[in-house]
Design a binder for this molecule. Sequence first.
Ligand code: NG1
Ligand code: ZN
Length: 530
Amino acid sequence: MTEEAVRQITPYFPRKSDKFIQYGTAGFRTKGSDLPHVICRMGLLAVLRSKLKKACIGVMITASHNPEDDNGVKLVDPLGEMLEISWEKLATNIANVSDDKLSEVLSSIIEQEKIDMAVPATVICARDTRPSSVSLSEALQRGIQALNGECIDFGLLTTPQLHYMVRCKNTNGAYGKCTENGYNAKLAVSFVKLQNPVTDKGKYTSELTVDCANGVGANKVKELIKFLGDSLTVNVCNDGSTGKLNYMCGADYVKVNQCSPNGINLTPGMKCASYDGDADRIVYFFMGADNKFHLMDGDRIATLVAGYLKNLVKETGLTLNLGLVQTAYANGSSTKYITDKLQVPVACAATGVKHLHAMAVGFDIGVYFEANGHGTVIFSDTAEAKIREAGKNESLTEAQRKAAETLCTSIDLINQTVGDAISDMLLVEVILCKQGYDMQAWFECYSDLPNRQLKVKVKDRTVIKTTADETQATSPDGLQSAIDELVKKYNSARSFVRPSGTEDIVRVYAEADTQEAADSLANEVCKVVY
Ligand code: NG1
Ligand code: ZN
């Protein structure tokens, strides 16, 4: 069977170069032109995974915030989670093996994983708006068909919508309807339900300008707002009709450059947000009373969400352990605020949502966010059951029951499968409204430590190894001590380096008491990385 499948695909999708490619932070990422055989082979692997799990598997074609010529692919497990880490190795093996050995590797996976090839397989796929995504999606479908898998092609979707579809499909509708309208309706109904009862909205305004990175999020949010009535006005910018994907816009650009994107003329009083190219990340920004640009990144969103949920849990009277997971990129001030002021425990995971997600599962309610705006909240099954039960429990006080009902509706608003720019945006709006916050009030919760993130191109980035939380370099020898020496020269300073899992570069991060100091430290650290 594997021989026949390989015969069907290799003439059309041969492995043209022997350049090694690795399943990284979020799947395979490289130039779109280098990917046809990799993506076709991921179709084969998705079929095997589907047979093994006896469930539908998802495949998303996107390179997120990376330039338009890049592309990528990642697999999604049955409950909408990222592919199990042990299978990343299998994916890497399949992507790199020569055409003539492909069948052998497939057979060995079937044998080793004891996959019953008689089990039917279903794969849900979707793509972002990159020009190369269309032909790559065809390559994927050819791979799926070659092993007799059924393919459900959703065409254009945001990454989190694809994750949502996979979960819906495998839970027989319990999570929601497996259609785009199902997704929109689920989010919109919960949003309106949470928003309507709030009478005193304080400084909150229900108008928002969104930079969609010229990506797939633009048309998707336009669809969603049709369901919102007048509860939220969203002005969609950078919708792809003229600009280039992720070019001078989008969440990554805004976060890294700490400035407003092209396409938005930022003036005081405006509330703005940026999605990335596949709409799984969001950051907010505004111009403050000081006429300066202020970024409200993933750390700010995480603190807002953790504070909101902590209060609600307290009001229900339930005992649930709520925690927040960050990465080394989290601003030191946010960690301090969460720990000291909100009194929520914080854990530090390696970069990449799969690591944060895995750690967040350890809490009853796990909030996780990367500083770049990628994050969500997950509720354990028992926590969710307790909350839903409390919402109906007549023996509780009305205030307790109401808090539990609000929590239930918040759960429905949250895309628990993965970070979701659209769902996170609606959640932030709900919280800002409830708190009566405008952007300035949200901003004043705490002051960020000035920071700088830089990229360094090196000959071989894999030489750099770090501890599990990525805050210390363990190799090459002498690198960490050189960084430590530099850090000592500055006040309230911190710096770390790590090889990127999505680009051929090393990332340098520095934080200090002034912007000049953070810039200078980052530049100095760049010089010791080579
Ligand atoms: P790498 O390239 O491994 O740093 C980047 C982001 C991650 C994550 C992935 C996937 C930073 C510092 N890193 O990973 O947070 O979002 O891309 O898109 O922003
Ligand atoms: Zn993304």
